[in-house]
Write a protein that binds this ligand. Sequence first.
Ligand code: TRP
Length: 326
Amino acid sequence: MSKKIILSGMRPTGKLHIGHYVGALENWVKLQDQYQNFHLIADYHVLTTSLNTDDIYDNSIDMLIDWLAAGLDPVKSPMFRQSQIKEHTELHLILSMLITVNRLERNPTVKEQARDLHIDNIIYGHLGYPVLQTADILLYKGDAVPVGEDQVPHIEISREIARRFNNQYGTVFPEPSPMLTNFARLPGLDGNSKMSKSLGNTILLSDDPGTVKAKMKKAVTDPQKVRRGDPGRPEICLVFSYHKKFNESELPEIESGCRSGVLGCFDCKMNCASKISQLLEPVREKRQYYETRPDEVKQILKDGEDRARKTAIATMSEVREKMKLG
Ligand code: TRP
């Protein structure tokens, strides 16, 4: 039996942080053997948040290097840019006929982004964001899509569009299911609910141990715990939430040390920083390998794009045949 297909994607915003790692990449790496994976660099989608394309290529390469460094295997899974495979735009147009504006306006991420960007007039491309995402998934006949909670409404739209196409023209597409990562989103160093480059509250996969320490020093903790000796409340402490992910084995003693006050925040942070650096060590090593071999990285992308394109072309010819657009 052939393997089920997974389509995973990220917008290229440059170097990735540990939130991407625990929320997505770690999981993608685990899925490599059991499924046939396609890893998409969504360099059209990124235009919905910034029209400036000066860094789009460098950001894509930086993200690709982080993927490889985290352990994704380009031999098993093609990695490619959406913009290099014309079939994405072609299928996007066809799929846009199969969903109403009203339905797309109900998509919660459109409302959120309009609010975050302080705009009341959203662009057409933004409204169509999940339609393009659907084309990304259906072109490769993705059965499953690893996503966080926030993306589930998009996958629901993808299912509706796939169903609509299949009913109208005959079955070509599976109805893709969301595959939820079980690890909740990692909060930012400033205590903000989200780790994000634009907020400057991240630890990057490429940060060296000195940088990780310096960043951790500034992390927020329980404001009631001012000096060592003061009892702290791990349940509201950001650093404790990192320990939960990166330092599971020492959790009980950290918790009791914090509550009793024996453990000071500085020591606790430095311990956490060193656990994070340990985890990142192999990632950073691999990153250095690829950083010094730009031609190899370009070749990986080219190979990935050639492979993905073959699948995309095959799907489009099925679509055209069913639609009598041959
Ligand atoms: N919308 C996704 C995000 O912001 C990125 C993305 C684009 C994607 N196309 C996709 C994710 C296809 C999964 C499948 O994270």
